[in-house]
Design a binder for this molecule. Structure first.
Ligand SMILES: Nc1ncnc2c1ncn2[C@@H]1O[C@H](COP(=O)(O)OP(=O)(O)OP(=O)(O)O)[C@@H](O)[C@H]1O
Ligand SMILES: [Mg+2]
Length: 315
């Protein structure tokens, strides 16, 4: 088993570090200043992402199930360290009022850096039996409109909550939404928004995200607002509810169109790059808010609060 005893990023040297070999078993000791050092036992790799690996594990003190995102810092890539620090800062802000779980947002438990290991660790709650929404998408074929609207509601609650904290997620997409299908009489679904690596305070957001779900104003020298998340969520929902799980536009073309529109105002260009007939009637009829969520004009997009009010008024 590998044992890693971590140190904070204060620049002081490691207290202790001992290693013995095993495949996926790592014992991780957080650098808490109190006597109660948390020890985490990592036992299963859940996935590898853009800048880290995610493990499932146990907090030995109380056997709580946890998830650890391990980010290896390549000294040549400063961005990885910055993304890590950013994610910890954002998650701690979300956790500070203890309301994250009931607002469908992942809760952080701990976060620290090991200088000797050149790594950062983010400990969060473990969402048992979860699959990401991207993997789950084929299941939408079997859903009722009511179930889908329940998924919308949970995601609107998550956005209202983080936007209320003055944050923008910046990378809403099916891969960053966890789904737990609950079985039982009225089988519901529990949704959790994850991955705050690109998140930012509203006035400090820069161009980041995933092109297919990215609002067209991102990357165009325009002050970004939380309406960026509304667009990405609208695109995500459109894709889930479309019978063939397609998006109503091509991400790169949409961004090109937007830049072109701003540069050459006088040239006759279509007012909407998303043709009406791409909006299949089924989506417009059952989820009429999606059309406005992916408007190319950010001011026309509803806020998360507006969206929740709309759902309340129609149910
Ligand atoms: N708390 C959790 N509970 C259960 N599974 C999780 C949890 N957090 C992450 N995962 C799993 O790990 C995957 C990657 O997590 P996350 O998106 O936070 O990492 P990432 O390194 O940013 O990945 P990417 O670059 O692919 O976005 C998720 O899609 C999910 O399958
Ligand atoms: Mg992710």
């Amino acid at each position: 088993m590998q044992r890693i005893e971590t140190e904070t990023d204060s620049g002081s040297k490691s207290k202790s570090e001992s290693e013995s070999e095993s495949k996926n078993e790592i014992e991780l000791v957080s650098p808490s200043k109190t006597k109660d050092k948390y020890i985490y036992f990592l036992n299963q790799k859940l996935g590898s992402g853009g800048y880290g690996q995610v493990f499932r594990g146990i907090r030995t003190k109380d056997s709580a199930e946890i998830t650890v995102k391990v980010v290896k810092f390549d000294p040549a890539i400063q961005e990885h360290k910055l993304l890590f620090i950013n994610e910890v800062v954002v998650l701690k802000k979300i956790y500070s009022d203890g309301q994250c779980s009931m607002h469908n947002v992942l809760c952080i438990l701990d976060g620290f850096i090991s200088l000797p290991q050149n790594s950062g660790y983010i400990i969060t709650q473990y969402i048992a039996n979860a699959i990401d929404l991207f993997t789950y998408i084929p299941q939408f074929k079997h859903h009722s409109v009511e179930t889908n609207l329940d998924i919308c509601r949970q995601l609107f609650i998550a956005l209202k909550y983080i936007h209320g904290l003055g944050l923008v997620h910046m990378d809403i997409k099916p891969e960053n939404i966890l789904v737990v299908p609950l079985t039982g009489a009225n089988s519901k679904i529990k949704i959790t928004l994850i991955d705050f690596g690109y998140s930012c305070e509203s006035h400090k957001c820069t161009a980041k995200g995933t092109i297919d779900y990215l609002a067209p104003e991102v990357g165009n020298d325009i002050k970004l607002t939380n309406k960026v998340d509304i667009f990405s969520l609208g695109a995500t929902l459109f894709r889930c509810f479309h019978p063939e799980h397609l998006l109503p536009y091509n991400g790169r073309k949409l961004h090109k169109w937007y830049r072109y529109k701003n540069m050459y105002q006088s040239i006759d260009i279509p007012s909407r790059p998303i043709p009406k007939n791409n909006f299949i009637p089924l989506i417009d009829e059952n989820y009429p808010f999606i059309r406005n969520m992916i408007s190319t004009d950010s001011e026309l997009r509803p806020s998360a609060t507006d969206l929740l009010l709309f759902l309340d008024s129609t149910q």
